[in-house]
Design a protein around this ligand. Structure first.
Ligand code: AMP
Length: 491
């Protein structure tokens, strides 16, 4: 995931403060670290740190961030890189010629590695974003303008990116030709804003203009916007943005996220109507869908799970035990409401199955008579290589277990996943517009050498079961990848 926000403003605007507000509206896309760089045309200033936007920026830190151009980034870390201050963005080199912020992921960095190696810049410690930065920096140091340098380096970017660049004169945005992650343009009086989601443009009281086209580069100088369509657009927004990631008040490809989620719920009602006493969302992403489901079937909607909004992510915690404990800290069922009732729980997705299993257990423990689990997406069978931190395929419960085995593991009275066709229909957009890799294994942008990490055959349960036992005992990622890899390579 991750979030980017940039503004080309005027001398009167406190662009650092506006960027911090924009990043705050995009906090859901990344909570590990955050950073801002600004320029007054003379110098480039930076402030970045681990932690949430509200902790990292205050009046003192933003007052040092002078200038009319600013870019910012929220980082979404993975377990292995957790709490590493090493890779906090925006990326900026010691010569401070320009800075860069990236949302996305390059599954295969071979072309960049070869390029950097050929020019003696390669360093094994670089991540994909830092490699992109170094490639652009190479051309800048050769005397190219930032715009020329980004254009020159862009064929090396094989993967998914929404990039913001900034030097002392320009703000530049570049979106990959597949448009897997969202990126929108807004206007704030005579200033331009570029943000990962439209909710950030709304928050700073800007006006949404349009999305950055897939394959388009936008160059802003002296408040004038230039656009070049660098590569043929092949739009494939990640449908998971609708399912889980984006904020409900954002617009994606002209569709409001809240409304689409509500239609997921209505579609679930058409496919799997239940006669229950109440419909309960798993907050937050389950809320609009639960409302849609309840309204369609004229069932009572109740917020029967209280969410502690001050507890951080549970998804990326490194081991099973930690994850189980934090689900309990995060969500607490209201026993008084649930006792002796038949309830339908609505959640957005099942990835490892840990969250659902714990929730169902807790709702039963609170006295529910029946707990039906309704999921507003199909089964996640394939890992993501495009900037979401889903685990390896071995950890995806739906890749290892049949539907009835999943139900048994989760312990629900019944379990239903929204159909693939139903999910697409609810977006009102065509299937061709989306990346649906998590459900279909269809990766529109080449994933290069990472292909070896995927098993496609259906019904290959025997192989999965071989690892299941070990898996259920120990969720250590290292152990699983160690045991699992040889099987992939056999293919
Ligand atoms: P689990 O099945 O326990 O691995 O977790 C699934 C839950 O995590 C779902 O209810 C989602 O709300 C949430 N989720 C799904 N994908 C992600 C992700 N990439 N990052 C953070 N949370 C996620």
């Amino acid at each position: 995931m991750c979030a980017v926000f940039g503004i080309y403003g005027n001398k009167q605007l406190n662009t650092a403060m506006i960027t911090a507000q924009g990043l705050s509206a995009l906090q859901h896309r990344g909570q590990e670290s955050t950073g801002i760089t600004t320029t007054d045309g003379e110098h480039i200033y930076t402030h970045k740190d681990l932690g949430l936007v509200s902790h990292v920026y205050n009046e003192t830190s933003t007052s040092k961030l002078k200038g009319h151009i600013s870019i910012g980034h929220n980082r979404y870390g993975t377990s292995s890189k957790r709490n590493s201050s090493h890779h906090i963005q925006p990326v900026i080199a010691d010569d401070r010629l320009f800075s860069m912020a990236h949302n996305g992921n390059l599954p295969d960095t071979a072309p960049l590695e070869i390029f950097l190696d050929t020019h003696d810049i390669y360093n094994p410690g670089f991540n994909d974003s830092e490699m992109m930065y170094q490639a652009v920096a190479y051309f800048v140091r050769q005397g190219a303008s930032l715009k020329q340098a980004v254009i020159e380096a862009s064929p090396l970017f094989t993967g998914i990116y929404c990039l913001l660049f900034m030097d002392k004169k320009h703000l530049i945005a570049l979106r990959d030709p597949y448009g897997v992650r969202p990126l929108s343009i807004g206007r704030l009086n005579d200033s331009y804003i570029i943000a990962s989601e439209t909710c950030a443009i709304d928050t700073v009281k800007g006006e949404f203009l349009r999305d950055v086209n897939p394959g388009e580069i936008i160059i802003i100088e002296n408040n004038k916007l230039e656009s070049i369509q660098l590569k043929e657009p092949q739009p494939h927004l990640d449908i998971f943005e609708f399912v889980y990631f984006a904020r409900p008040d954002s617009m994606l490809m002209g569709q409001n996220v809240y409304s689409v989620r509500k239609r997921f719920g209505a579609q679930l009602a058409a496919e799997y109507p239940l006669d229950v006493d109440m419909v309960i969302p798993v907050p937050d992403s389950g809320i609009p869908s639960a409302i849609g489901y309840a309204q369609a079937l004229r069932l009572p909607y109740e917020e029967g799970l209280t969410k502690n909004r001050y507890v951080g992510r549970t998804f990326i915690l490194p081991n099973q035990e930690e994850r189980e404990k934090s689900v309990a800290r995060k969500l607490n069922p209201i026993s008084d409401l649930i006792k002796n009732k038949k309830v339908a729980l609505v959640d957005d997705s099942v990835v490892r199955g840990t969250t659902s299993r714990n929730l169902v257990k807790r709702v039963f423990a609170a006295g529910a008579k029946e707990v039906h689990l309704l999921i507003t997406s199909p089964r996640v069978m394939f890992p993501d290589f495009y900037g979401i931190d889903t685990p390896s395929q071995a950890q995806l419960i739906a890749a290892r277990k049949t539907l009835s085995e999943i139900q048994e593991f989760i312990g629900a009275t019944s379990l239903y996943f929204l159909s693939y066709a139903g999910m697409i229909k609810a977006t009102t957009l065509s299937e061709k517009m989306f990346t649906t890799a998590a459900f279909t294994g269809n990766y529109p942008a080449d994933i290069g050498r990472r292909k070896r990490e995927i098993i496609y055959e259906k019904n290959n349960v025997a192989r999965y079961i071989k690892f299941q036992q070990i898996w259920d005992e120990d969720f250590s990622e290292d152990l699983v990848s160690h045991l699992y890899k040889p099987v992939f390579l056999e293919q």
